[in-house]
Design a protein around this ligand. Structure first.
Ligand SMILES: Cc1ncc(COP(=O)(O)O)c(C=O)c1O
Length: 456
């Protein structure tokens, strides 16, 4: 008997196999669960492979036991504290643990968020509202708030300024200087400054702003001019790296003007997306106007997030990591990543073409590098060639103003880039360069396919 293979496939997995995936209207008819699952899986098959994705800071691997915690709790709505009071308690434990890690002097407050972006929006809103309170109490105008930060910050800081009507005062970078310090910040602060934001672990090169210097500047302004300007630390990545790799380096609540810190649980907190944290130095650093008390769900609760219903799994997974690894476990993991990043940096340097950016400075476990000299090809060509030949996603990008002429490449070295993969990557970068030397730079259409986004 002749079997109609197409008919058979359609019967087994659904019409999409020959007609394509539904992409405009919700289909009129249901399809079997197995068919829907296959459809979704097949659609995603073209996407990046986590082990070869060196672009993202976000966690792409967790232990099977952690995945089980996540799976078992997907139904839990975090905001429903009446139904899930222990989930709320566990979230509070995480906040207390982070406050202790960041050396908060006493009792504090904070919240879990969708990621550092939400944490930054909330932290910066609190700065704005607290500034307004101070100005109103002094009988001064409140129509012109500004926020000071370096060009090395993540785009979310500018987003905050646009969404919430605050003037961004951005300290430009320069070629060869990719973080900011007190001398850069000083000309921009005045009585309308709601706060200064400094980054520990920048998105562009992984280094930290001079937080100690900026703190000293703000202390001086407080003493000499009576301007009490708070400092917020964007520790999206660095908040989980500095305490373990550079424990004696002061960047957190050990510094007096540091009033709030955000950190992404889903980056070096080693949890899948999306989880972030916002921690205040003291309870009084949280603007009271941000807090809403509601009792829709059967219990009066204070909340100050931008969303309401949200999942609990990643909060529970964060707690799982805290108790599973302990401080010693986090330290060892960070050291492993750092050791592999150092090997990769040495290997890349050994190719004789590149310079490593800020090699001996405190940095995230990553390698930021660029070509030491002009060639017929550039960093974007290398990124393309490496992706085309071996599927690595190693982004090329230009630095923010006024260093926009500087091209950069950046490889994140996470737990799933073990030493043997580092060696393979090294060989593959060498091979991509050899190809480019032979055939010349990539074409315009190839160039359009280069991975350039570094903002996550
Ligand atoms: C320094 C910095 N701040 C903020 C963010 C935004 O964080 P999230 O992706 O957790 O919202 C990032 C993301 O890469 C970052 O690197």
């Amino acid at each position: 008997m002749k079997v109609d293979l197409e008919q058979l496939a359609v019967q087994q997995v659904g019409e999409w196999i020959t007609r394509g995936a539904p992409d405009r209207a919700i289909p009129e008819e249901p399809m079997p669960a197995i068919a829907a699952m296959r459809l979704v899986e097949e659609e995603l098959a073209v996407e990046g492979i986590p082990e070869r994705n060196l672009a993202t800071f976000v966690t792409t691997w967790m232990e099977p036991e952690a995945r089980r915690v996540i799976d078992d709790n997907l139904h839990r709505n975090y905001i429903d504290h009446a139904e899930y009071p222990q989930t709320f308690e566990i979230q509070q434990r995480c906040i207390r643990m982070l406050a202790e890690l960041f050396h908060a002097p006493g009792e504090t407050t904070g919240t879990s968020t969708q990621g550092s972006s939400e944490a930054i929006m909330l932290g910066a809103l609190s700065l704005k509202l607290k500034w307004r309170q101070r100005r109103e109490a002094a009988g001064k105008p409140t129509d012109n708030p500004n926020l000071v930060f370096g060009g090395d910050v993540h785009v979310v800081w500018e987003k905050f300024c646009r969404y919430f009507d605050v003037e961004p005062r951005i300290v430009p970078l320069q070629a060869g200087k990719y973080t900011v310090g007190p001398e850069d910040v000083e000309p921009h602060v005045d009585e309308n400054t709601i706060g200064v934001a400094a980054v520990v672990g920048t998105t562009f090169t992984g280094h930290a702003d001079d937080v100690v210097g900026i703190n000293n500047l703000l202390l001086e302004l407080k003493e000499k001019k009576g301007l009490d300007i708070p400092l917020h630390i964007d520790g999206a990545s660095g908040g989980f790296v500095w305490p373990f790799l550079y424990p004696h380096s002061e960047w957190d609540f050990r510094l007096e003007q540091v009033r709030s810190i955000n950190v992404s649980g889903h980056k070096f907190g080693l949890v899948y997306p999306g989880i972030g944290w916002l921690v205040f130095r003291e309870k009084s650093d949280l603007a009271r106007e941000l807090v809403f008390t509601e009792n829709y769900l059967g219990r009066a609760d204070d909340t100050f997030t931008l969303n309401f219903s949200t999942g609990s799994s990643m909060i529970l997974a964060q707690y799982y990591n805290f108790v599973r690894f302990g401080k010693e476990g986090y330290r060892r993991i960070m050291e492993i990543m750092q050791a592999n990043a150092k090997s990769l940096a040495d290997d890349i340097e050994g190719l004789g073409k590149f310079q490593i950016i800020g090699k001996d400075e405190e940095t995230l476990p990553l390698v930021a590098f660029n070509l030491a000299e002009e060639h017929a090809y550039d960093e974007f060509d290398i990124a393309f060639q490496l992706a085309a030949e071996r599927g690595w996603m190693l982004p090329a990008y230009t630095m923010p103003p006024n260093a926009q002429d500087v091209k950069m490449m950046r490889a994140l070295v996470k737990l799933n880039l073990a030493r043997s993969l580092v060696d393979t990557l090294h060989e593959d970068i060498g091979a991509a360069i050899a190809t480019l030397e032979k055939k010349g730079p990539v074409t315009e259409s190839e160039r359009k396919r280069v991975k350039t986004s570094v903002t996550h």
